[in-house]
Design a protein around this ligand. Structure first.
Ligand code: AN7
Length: 369
C-alpha cells in the first residue's frame, strides 16, 4: 500500500513545481492508499521566516515564524483538511460536516468545493471573524449559525455524524491530525533538525497533538535529533488546559481559540507535559500587543489567536522557564486578513485630502532631489 502511494505521489509531482500539496510531498508519511484521490489546493510549503527583531522583543537569540497564514485558505487547517476530505471521498462520503470557530469551516468549504462534494458548517453565532465566514459562504458551504458556543456546535456535529451519512472533519478525525503533522516535517526539513522550543495557540488541542506526533515521527526516522519543548498558549478567558477544568462560557478577542472544552484534551496535555513544556494563559491585551508587534517588527500579519503563541513564548522567556539561547519556532496558525475588524478600530477613518504632490511632500517633510 505504501509503495503504491509513493508511486502515485511521484506521478503527481513530476512537473517539479513547489506547492504541489502535502499529499504529494509527504505521501509516504500519510495514510494514503492507491484509491485516495489526489486532492490539493497547493497547501503546505509555508514560509519559515527568521525574525530577529521580534526575537529581541521576546528575549531569544534564534526565532523563526512558521507562517501558516500563507496556506490556500489562510490557516494551518488546510494541511489536515486535505487529508480528511480525500479520505472521506475514498470512503464514499459525499457530504462533510464540521463545527468551527471559523478556520476549519473556511478550509472544509474550500476542499469540498475543490472535490465537488457538499460541506455543512456549524458556527457559533456572532463569534466568527468576518473573513472566515465570507470564505465558507462564497465556497458554497451550507452555513448554519447556532445559538451556542463552539463546544455546543461540536456536540451537534458529532451527533449528526454518528447518526447520519456525513463525514465529520473536525480534528477528532485522525486524518486531520495526520495531515497537520506535515507542519513539523517542513520545519525539520528546512532547519535540518527540530528546534528546541515550539510555541503555538491551543484551542481543541488538535494542532499541538499533530506537531508532537510529527516531530516524534521525524525523531524515529532519524530526521531529527530530538523533539521540542511545547508551549501551549490559551487565552486567559478560555484556558481549560491551564485551569485543568472545562470553561463553561469561554471569552476572548481571539475567537479562533474561544473553546472551553477541548476535544483533544488528553492528547494535548500529553504532548505538552511529556515535552517538558506547559500551557500558559494569555490575557487579551497581551495577545493584542503581540499581534501588533509581529506585524510592525517583521511584516507578518497573523490573526489574534496566532499571536497568543508569541506572547506565551515571551512570558516563558521572561520568567526564566525558557533560556534565551534556545532556538524557538512560533506557529502563526492563521492570516491576519481573516479578522479585518480586529485590525482597525471601528472608528478608523483616515479621511482624505486634495491630490496635490507638493502639499503632500511638504507635509511628509520630503527633501527635494
Ligand atoms: C488560527 O476553526 O477550532 O488547538 O474550528 O483557527 O488545533 O484547535 C480553530 C482553531 C489556533 C487552535 N489558531 O488549534 C476551528 C478551530 C487558529 C485557529 C487554533 C485554531 P487547535
Amino acid at each position: 500500500m505504501r509503495s503504491e502511494a509513493s508511486v502515485k505521489a511521484t506521478d503527481y509531482a513530476t512537473d517539479g513545481r513547489t506547492r504541489r500539496g502535502v499529499l504529494a510531498r509527504y505521501a509516504e508519511l500519510l495514510p494514503l492508499t492507491a484509491s485516495t484521490p489526489h486532492l490539493s489546493l497547493g497547501e503546505g510549503d509555508t514560509p519559515l521566516l527568521a525574525a530577529p527583531r521580534l526575537a529581541e522583543w521576546i528575549g531569544v537569540n534564534d526565532l523563526h515564524l512558521k507562517y501558516e497564514g500563507a496556506n490556500p485558505t489562510g490557516s494551518f487547517k488546510d494541511r489536515g483538511m486535505v487529508v480528511a476530505v480525500a479520505k472521506a471521498i475514498e470512503a464514499g462520503s459525499t457530504t462533510i460536516i464540521c463545527a468551527s470557530t471559523g478556520n476549519t469551516s473556511a478550509s472544509a468549504a474550500a476542499y469540498a468545493a475543490r472535490a465537488g462534494i457538499r460541506a455543512v458548517v456549524l458556527l457559533p453565532a456572532g463569534n466568527v471573524a468576518r473573513g472566515k465566514l465570507a470564505q465558507a459562504v462564497v465556497a458554497g458551504a451550507t452555513v448554519i449559525m447556532l445559538d451556542c458556543n463552539f463546544d455546543g456546535a461540536l456536540d451537534v456535529a458529532r451527533k449528526l455524524a454518528r447518526d447520519y451519512r456525513v463525514a465529520l472533519v473536525n480534528s477528532v478525525n485522525p486524518h486531520r491530525i495526520a495531515g497537520q503533522k506535515t507542519g513539523a516535517f517542513e520545519i525539520c526539513d528546512e532547519l535540518g533538525d527540530a528546534p528546541d522550543v515550539v510555541a503555538l495557540p491551543v484551542g481543541n488541542g488538535g494542532n499541538v497533538t499533530a506537531y508532537a506526533s510529527g516531530f516524534a515521527t521525524y525523531r524515529t526516522l532519524n530526521r531529527a535529533s530530538h523533539t521540542p519543548i511545547f508551549i501551549g498558549a490559551q487565552a486567559a478567558g478560555a484556558a481549560p488546559l491551564v485551569l485543568g477544568a472545562p470553561v463553561l462560557n469561554p471569552e476572548t478577542v481571539a475567537t479562533a481559540i474561544r473553546i472551553g472544552n477541548p476535544a483533544s484534551w488528553d492528547s494535548a496535555v500529553s504532548a505538552v507535559t511529556d515535552s517538558g513544556g506547559c500551557f500558559v494563559a494569555i490575557p487579551d491585551d497581551a495577545i493584542l500587543e503581540a499581534y501588533h508587534k509581529v506585524v510592525e517588527m517583521e511584516g507578518v500579519f497573523c490573526e489574534p489567536a496566532s499571536a497568543a503563541g508569541i506572547a506565551a513564548l515571551r512570558t516563558q522567556v521572561r520568567s526564566g522557564a525558557i533560556g534565551p539561547s534556545l532556538s524557538a519556532v512560533c506557529i502563526l496558525t492563521g492570516n491576519g486578513l481573516k479578522d479585518p475588524d480586529r485590525a482597525t478600530p471601528e472608528s478608523f477613518n483616515p479621511g482624505s485630502i486634495a491630490a496635490d504632490a507638493s502639499t503632500i511632500a511638504a507635509s511628509l517633510g520630503f527633501v527635494g532631489r
